[in-house]
Design a protein around this ligand. Structure first.
Ligand code: ZN
Length: 141
């Protein structure tokens, strides 16, 4: 459970290599930046809110595979969601990381984020895994 091969599993590597929504939106209603000096991760996030729903979401990032994969997975997961729903998903993710029980599984609706389950054993990497989320939620509304 707590070895590095688990931490960097194939889903993470594939999102890192071929990130989804890795672009700058031509029109957007909000943008946010995040940076994690401990690891050297930087992310820029662009989103479009229409009728309270995230209709488009894209990012640019430099940094570790976890931060880039997490941003990529997030842009897929949050399309069609409200900011409040996004906030709730982040709280579920943080709750999972904080749960001391190593046997607990991440909730199914968190989708590919499940690939980040191994981060739980590396608390210093939780900031990598949530950087893009904070860039959105600290700057939206
Ligand atoms: Zn990182």
């Amino acid at each position: 459970m707590s070895d590095l091969t688990q931490l960097y599993q194939e889903i993470i590597l594939s999102h890192n290599r071929n990130p989804k929504n890795y672009r700058i939106l031509e029109s957007f209603t909000g943008m946010g930046k995040g940076n994690n000096p401990l690891c050297g991760d930087e992310v820029e996030l662009y989103w479009k809110l229409e009728d309270g729903v995230i209709s488009d979401l894209a990012f640019q990032a430099r940094g570790c595979a976890i931060s880039r994969a997490s941003a990529s997975i997030m842009t897929e997961l949050l399309r069609g969601k409200t900011i409040a729903e996004s906030q709730f998903l982040l709280s579920e993710l943080l709750e999972f990381f904080a749960d001391p029980d190593p046997g607990v599984e991440m909730k199914g609706h968190l989708g590919d984020l499940k690939a980040l389950s191994g981060v739980k054993a590396y608390p210093s990497r939780i900031k990598c895994a949530t950087l893009a989320w904070h860039a959105l939620l600290e700057n939206a509304e």
